[in-house]
Design a protein. Sequence first.
Length: 308
Amino acid sequence: MTEQSRNALTRWVHLRGNRMLVAVLALACLSILAGVAGFGPVRENHSPLYYLLGSLVAGNITLITVVVSINQLVISRDFGTPGELQREIQETLAFHHSATNGSAASLTPAGFLRAAIADLDRTTAELGVDASDETPLQESLLAVRERLQAHTDRVSACLGSDDDSLRTVVLAIYPVRYLDYVQDLYSIQAAHTATSSAHTDDRLARTVVALESLDIARYYFLSMYIQQELSRLSRLLVYTGLPAIALASGSLVHLGGYDGGATLSPLSTTIVTGTILFGLFPITLLAAAVLRISTIAQSISITPFDPN
């Protein structure tokens, strides 16, 4: 497997892949390992099965407790007095108007990002056009402009599909740190103060404002998406955790009907094996969701200092 293929696979597992599918594939790997280890000995000795099924019951009950904690975390973000909520709405609308240069862009994340990226593209197109030819200042500005235009083209391509979900927006912008571009522009301005005109300084300032607005929007959208993912995870854990507890409890009762030295029948072996695999599914689902949430959270910092 080439390095590009490995990176694509890692990106799919960590971010792009459907979490249910990732969890099912992880469970399939666990079942293969269990098959290699062999299930034969426990057909005569039931003690390991009692311990394993009891652990699955206790573990899934703990997951249900985690669901309650997740919901408390998500809901607490939306609490506020009417005055606080009104101020938040007004500030959000004012930011939307400023970041999109007063356009009538949609209030959806995808619509906002299209308008903000288009405004950045128009602003960066003017960088370096009034500098003297073949000067260090012009070369630096054109290099930054080329990088920014490549970024805006990539984001526009990601937003070109019919899917305007928040997930599409997050996948388009999550790995970008717009403040890195801001730092590059500040460095250029500081290094070429003597040769920079007032017109160039003005365009640099407008580009910085556009980049800062996009970084704020990026942070806000990533936070919204993590909140959605936590809500979705809590529902899925309830949907899968409660049946897993019921099945594991039923299997324990079923095993209780066997004498200590009796061998499990093929049907009982199938029931217990299926129960164990289903009991592990909420855990693999939690692991798959945590991979995506932690990957996004690693890129969510708004600080101008590099945390790496």
